[in-house]
Design a protein around this ligand. Structure first.
Ligand code: UGA
Length: 437
């Protein structure tokens, strides 16, 4: 199929590359000329395992090209809108201006029979509004909403072989046509019997935010248990194992620690709350405010634990921070708990040196006041306290005996409960986990 992908950020760049890899003829379009130039040369503007390989192979096949001119969308049968919906400044709501701008820019280039597919995460009701815009444009194109569930770090795999497909379509003939076109786009996944839910616009939009709200709630639930464990002497990691054996609960997303961050979960639960309030049902998801509050408290807890563990004035104490990205296998520092902890400790006057396998550049752009090092040994040398806040394999495999020989004081705060506490204690460390004795 001939496909255009409007917006070549995280979602769009991966989607365009993966669709071309699956055999479609794809043009990726973005207003950012530098980004387009880089992608056209096979350079990914962010770190995502596997993406450089898929991008290069798709470019080499001749099926993938990039353009900064929206007119190049003309001739494609399916147009994916994959632009960002960030949090609005000064509000919890989602900023939809990029989605609106993309559709308006696309409309003059649409032809009868084209399908426009929204992929961006939007407040419920957006698709119905955009369908109206499209229908009154006289372009003859129709709209579907097809939310994306990819995880950073696994984005390519999640796009090529998704765990489910959701199509939000109009009623009647238009809906049947949209479904048939999407089935052609996702022929490989359909053949592999990927679960498919074909539904209305509102349900498709809600599925996406409900899924992220559920995941955020699961993480904050276990972090709330960590808070209780901290005042009762229990161990939240064992608690998570024990409740996780119940298959109705499941162990995944029950890792207590410094909490969730990134470009999705935090802003999506806030936007969901704002939208529910607009719809007069704020009370239905009021708990998400608590989910957010619990999450933010865990960052503070790591900072407080570090200050307490230092056993000396935090001022000028050397603190080694291991991790900056919001999760491993990503260079994304949007709403990153790890970077936030480093910034707060720096703000208290400590001498922070932070390291991360991929996220130093992005962190430095936002927070140049922190000292960064690409070298774990240099980061640890002379430290009065070590704080692990992103569970990269590189940090998990640090030998506590080796590290003991580098630091000034053997104090470690494991903000992800990921280290072998016994091994670190055996090597003479004061080990502090979250929600653990
Ligand atoms: C999330 C969802 O998992 C995807 O399904 C969704 O498509 C995506 O948002 C999106 O809306 O685009 P992602 O932001 O890549 O994906 O990250 P997650 O793997 O969900 O992790 C989010 C945060 O939760 C990370 O900071 C991670 O460290 C934290 N987390 C995760 C925990 O603190 N504990 C856990 O047990 C699991």
């Amino acid at each position: 199929m001939k496909i255009s992908v409007i917006g070549c950020g995280y979602l769009g760049a991966v989607h365009a590359s993966a669709m071309a890899e699956l055999g479609h003829e794809v043009v990726g379009i973005d207003v950012d000329v530098d980004k387009i130039r880089a992608l056209a040369e096979g350079i990914t503007p962010f770190y995502e395992p596997g993406l450089p390989e898929v991008l290069s192979s798709a470019l080499a096949s001749g099926r993938l090209r990039f353009s900064a001119d929206i007119a190049d969308a003309r001739g494609s049968a399916v147009h994916f809108i994959a632009v960002g919906t960030p949090q609005k400044a000064g509000s919890n709501a989602a900023d939809l201006r990029f989605v609106d701008a993309a559709l308006h820019a696309l409309i003059p280039h649409l032809q009868k029979g084209d399908l426009v597919v929204g992929k961006s995460t939007v407040p419920v009701g957006t698709a119905a509004r955009l369908a109206e815009v499209l229908s009154s444009s006289g372009s003859g194109a129709i709209l579907a909403w097809n939310p994306e569930f990819l995880r950073e770090g696994f984005a390519v795999q999640d796009t090529i072989a998704p765990d489910r497909l959701v199509y939000g379509v109009a009623a009647g003939e238009d809906g049947r046509r949209a479904t048939a076109q999407l089935n052609e786009v996702y022929a490989t996944a359909i053949e592999a019997e990927t679960p498919l839910v074909v539904t209305d616009y509102a349900t498709a939009e809600l599925v996406k935010v409900a899924a992220n709200a559920f995941l955020a709630t699961k993480i904050s639930f276990i972090n709330a248990m960590a808070e209780i464990a901290e005042v009762s002497g229990a161990d939240v990691t064992q608690l998570a194992d024990a409740i996780g054996y119940d298959s109705r609960i499941g162990r995944r997303f029950l890792n207590a620690g410094v909490g969730f961050g990134g470009g999705c979960l935090p802003k999506d639960i806030r936007a969901f709350t704002a939208r529910a309030e607009e719809l007069g049902r704020g009370e239905s998801v009021a708990f998400l405010k608590e989910v957010d509050a619990i999450n933010l408290r865990r960052r503070q807890r790591v900072v407080d634990l570090t200050v307490a563990a230092l056993g000396r004035s935090v001022h000028n104490a050397k603190v080694a921070v291991l991790g900056l990205s919001f999760k491993p296998h990503s260079d994304d520092v949007r709403d990153s708990p790890a970077l936030d902890v480093a910034v707060q400790l720096r703000g208290l006057g400590s001498d922070v040196m932070a390291t991360d396998p991929q996220a130093i550049e992005n962190s430095r752009l936002r927070h140049p006041q922190i000292t960064y090092s690409t070298d774990i040994e240099e980061t640890l040398r002379g430290a009065d306290a070590v704080v692990l806040v992103t569970e990269w394999p590189e940090f998990k495999s640090i030998d506590p005996v080796w590290a003991a020989g580098l630091v000034n004081s053997r104090t470690i705060i494991d903000g992800r409960n990921t280290l072998d506490a016994a091994a670190w204690r055996d090597a003479g460390w004061n080990y502090y986990g979250l929600g653990r004795p």
